[in-house]
Ligand binder design. Structure first.
Ligand SMILES: Cc1cc2nc3c(=O)[nH]c(=O)nc-3n(C[C@H](O)[C@H](O)[C@H](O)COP(=O)(O)OP(=O)(O)OC[C@H]3O[C@@H](n4cnc5c(N)ncnc54)[C@H](O)[C@@H]3O)c2cc1C
Length: 592
């Protein structure tokens, strides 16, 4: 059975040594001192390892079932959901006026990570609800906010997002679900949505579906899409449940992983719906939910790699195979533990240096969101908009890669279900697909975000890195071990952006043939930047006489590994990008 322990020391390091949260002039940040965040993380760590983690395998093996139109979640999920609700974990960053605790988003992220590592499928029920909350908060009327937000914050009612239809996932302009206006101001929503996460279940009194649909007579394509609240059970003005709406579950999808989450075909048959935001501006409202969800999905990627890594380390310390090439390390035993072998070390260092870099990157993204929202900071908003496809695409690709790398440490036992390592890889795989498949994230980055606002945000990104390097170059070790490799990675990235500028207009295929490489390149540069900042913080802590010398030394060693063995991938990606579209597009479709 795999186990999970919340990486509290590292979560605290990122919050306090790296981001220095309590020193930031952002509303609510002053309260986030080490003691406070430490106490919160201890609690959520306990919940994650003692309640959620043991249910991970149960969810995987039992899955969800549909019985007479009712979805049943796996054994123990309901009781665990009650505990999560009672602990107030679902409403941490919701405004106090709607029943939340008003904490910053970065704190929500810190709490979310261990819960996702422990049980990704389970955590999606509240994750989707959080997204629905945010969309209604941003675009709902006062009455809608008053009705839905307190219930969604507490997860008394849960939420879903309904975009995908059988014939359209990426190209939502093809959508067929329609919403017909009624005289009383409501709409009748009719159509079929597929693959709807947490679409129905037995853990809350009601499910609030946020559904994209077209109002007949509106503009064609994506410009004619509007967003609706469609409750599973209709309610009166006080929120008392009335009768069943025209919403039903067609079936639960059989799938590769996240079996504990009910992925439903949802049928809407003249269901009563209420418009959110303006008619035909549904994508704008839905994007609040989607952008938040993309960060959450990026977190899922590395959170699965974290739990897989933890178990791989335990196995590598325990499993005896072969002798160390430099001489026996375990003379009492028949063989040395796996951890002595350089190739096992390489594998574990790949995982560790990715996960810790990814954590810093994601928390930095969450901090940018707080800066953007709480301080109305346009620069932070521009940066997080640029980073969102990178957080989603890069961290989920790598998260899956390292979840399978952790399987490899187990040899054949990694492939056998008994050890639980296959579940991490299977669960992590979906994160590369939903919330916009990763190819679409790359397209968004290169086709839209690079040029957004005249390229202002990407220029700000390069300036930020340049300034950081300049300001810290007088520290010799930081310079040679971290800043010089970062400078090279950033130069490669700029060269790629330049290639797109010079060749992408001539032939857009030149840009889009390299978009995936660019997303990975940018991911590496972002993690390199995070490692350089973490190294600076670690050097400072050691200079200041920090007690935990081993922690900071190992942070530096892990960072050096990333800079030496991962970041140089930017050179390979640049070489590929520079070849343009020719070899990618060389064959005609019939030759495949
Ligand atoms: C387990 C699970 C849970 C899900 N949960 C939800 C949910 O809660 N709500 C919801 O609405 N949906 C959900 N989805 C749907 C998911 O978001 C879609 O599957 C995804 O967006 C891709 O859409 P698609 O499957 O139709 O693939 P397609 O759109 O057909 O794309 C297929 C492939 O082609 C690529 N592609 C498409 N267009 C282009 C292009 N223009 N340029 C380059 N490449 C392109 C894509 O990257 C992808 O790799 C879920 C799916 C699964 C499997």
């Amino acid at each position: 059975m795999p186990t999970f322990t919340a990486p509290i020391k590292d979560l605290q390091f990122v919050l306090h040594d790296l981001l220095r949260v309590s020193e930031q002039e952002i509303e609510g940040f002053a309260d986030l001192d080490r003691d406070f965040t430490g106490a919160v993380l201890e609690e959520v760590g306990k919940l994650s390892s003692e309640v959620l983690s043991p249910l991970n395998v149960v969810g995987d093996t039992e899955g969800c079932t549909l019985e007479n139109g009712v979805v049943r979640t796996p054994t123990g999920f309901k009781e665990a959901f009650d505990k999560v609700r009672e602990g107030g974990w679902t409403a941490l960053d919701a405004p106090e006026e709607f029943g939340g605790q008003g904490l910053p988003y970065v704190m929500h992220t810190a709490v979310n990570e261990p819960m996702v590592s422990a049980n990704m499928a389970f955590n999606m029920y509240q994750g989707l609800t959080h997204g629905a909350f945010s969309a209604i908060l941003a675009h709902g009327t006062d009455a809608q906010k008053a009705m839905y937000l307190p219930k969604l914050a507490s997860c008394e009612w849960t939420g879903t997002m309904n975009l995908t239809e059988p014939h359209c996932g990426t190209d939502l302009g093809l959508m067929r679900t329609k919403a017909v206006p009624q005289d009383n101001g409501t709409y009748k929503v009719t159509g079929q949505k597929i693959f709807i996460s947490a679409g129905d279940h037995d853990m809350s009194d009601n499910v609030i579906h946020l559904v994209l649909a077209k109002i007949p007579g509106g503009p064609d394509g994506i410009k004619g899409v509007s967003l609706f609240i469609v409750p599973k059970i209709r309610h009166d003005e006080d929120g008392n449940l009335k009768d069943r709406n025209g919403v039903s579950v067609g079936k639960i999808e059989e799938k590769m992983g996240i079996h504990g989450n009910s992925t439903c075909v949802m049928n809407y048959d003249e269901a009563e719906g209420y418009l959110i935001g303006e008619e035909h501006k549904g994508m704008r409202a839905m994007f609040v939910m989607m952008n938040e969800a993309r960060l959450g999905v990026g977190l899922q990627g590395y959170a699965q790699a974290e739990v897989a890594y933890q178990n791989a380390v335990a196995y590598a310390l325990d499993r005896l195979q072969g002798r160390a090439v430099t001489g026996t390390q375990n003379p009492e035993g028949p063989a040395d533990p796996l951890i002595v072998h350089p190739d096992i070390r390489r594998n574990l260092m790949d995982q560790k240096s990715f996960v810790e870099g990814a954590r810093a990157f994601t928390f930095w993204g969450a901090y940018l969101i707080d800066r953007a929202h709480r301080n109305d900071d346009a620069e932070a908003l521009g940066l997080i908009s640029l980073m969102t496809p990178v957080i989603k695409g890069f961290l989920t690709d790598k998260g899956f890669e390292y979840a399978t790398a952790a399987q490899q440490v187990y040899g054949g036992h990694g492939y056998i279900e008994e050890w639980g390592m296959s579940q991490f890889a299977r669960d992590a795989r979906i994160a590369m697909i939903y919330e916009g498949a990763n190819g679409i994230q790359a397209l968004d980055l290169v086709g839209r975000k690079l040029a957004q606002d005249g390229g202002k945000h990407v220029m700000a990104f390069f300036d930020m890195i340049k300034t950081f390097i300049k300001e810290n170059e007088d520290h010799d070790d930081l310079k040679t071990q971290f800043l010089d490799p970062l400078k090279q990675g950033s130069k490669d990235l700029q060269a790629a952006a330049m290639y797109f500028m010079q060749n992408g207009v001539k032939d857009p295929n030149n840009a889009l043939s390299g978009s995936y490489d660019f997303m990975h390149m940018m991911g590496h540069v972002c993690l390199g930047y995070m490692w350089a900042r973490m190294a600076k913080a670690s050097f400072e802590a050691l200079d200041a006489g920090a007690d935990d010398v081993d922690f900071y030394q190992s942070k530096l060693a892990t960072g050096r590994y990333y800079m030496q063995r991962q970041l140089p991938a930017t050179g390979m990606h640049l070489a590929r990008i520079n070849t343009g579209a020719e070899s990618v597009m060389a064959l005609d479709a019939a030759s495949f």
